[in-house]
Ligand binder design. Structure first.
Ligand code: ITT
Length: 200
């Protein structure tokens, strides 16, 4: 089945395509060009639905199934920042590196070399038959010194529970089994399976 991804984040596209290898996964921009989507929801689920609905509404009516991901990292000792603002923590249009550096600065400003943290992913699926949202989480800690070049976003400062290396250093195969996105996509799989049988 063709799944249209409502994301412009190449790191997400890579991870989602790896986890849905049975299906044809296409980023929406290849079909309808780039879109500016205003993510003004008050939580991850609302923003995931906004993205998936925006893309769904621009596609020809019929068999399209759109999947989106809204995700971020939260640090309880920093009032759960950056949370839903993870992509724009250092300002609108900030790079992954700038956002990560702002988080490191804020840790240091509180005298913290590390702090507990968790990633959240909300995955929305929008299809002609209905809308669905599922969540996944990955717990661990953030550190004040980036390590490794793997993954994307905040991965060079995030150490998952049970590991000593950051997601920037660990094999991507490990992230594929333990990540917030992997867990949410595991729950999305039966939904996609049901839609696949309807669209076959
Ligand atoms: P789309 O809205 O186009 O999907 P985006 O990057 O703007 O792309 P979000 O609004 O969901 O996506 O913001 C997610 C941010 O959270 C992302 O830019 C990263 O900084 C961070 N993030 C989410 N998942 C991550 C992961 O697996 N590893 C590292 N950082 C992650």
């Amino acid at each position: 089945m063709k799944i249209i991804l409502a994301t412009s984040n190449r790191g997400k596209v890579r991870e989602i395509a790896d986890l849905f290898s049975e299906d044809e996964v296409t980023p929406y921009s290849e079909l309808i060009g780039p879109m500016h989507i205003v993510e003004n929801g008050s939580d991850f689920a609302a923003n995931a639905l906004i993205k998936a609905r925006s893309v769904f509404s621009k596609l020809p009516k019929g068999g399209a199934v759109v999947l989106s991901d809204d995700s971020g990292i939260s640090v309880p000792l920093l009032n759960h920042e950056p949370g839903i603002f993870s992509a724009r923590y250092a300002g609108e249009g900030a790079s992954d590196r700038e956002n990560l550096e702002k988080l490191v600065e804020n840790l240091k400003a509180r005298g913290l070399q590390e702090a507990p943290a968790y990633y959240t992913a909300a995955i929305a699926v929008v299809s002609p038959e209905g809308e669905y949202v599922v969540h996944g989480w990955m717990h661990g800690r953030v550190i004040d010194t980036p390590r490794g070049e793997g993954g994307f976003g905040y991965d060079p400062i995030f150490i998952p529970e049970g590991y000593d290396q950051t997601l920037g250093e660990l094999d991507p195969a490990i992230k594929r089994t333990i990540s917030h996105r992997a867990k949410a996509l595991e729950l999305a799989k039966p939904i996609i399976g049901m839609l696949r049988s309807l669209h076959a």
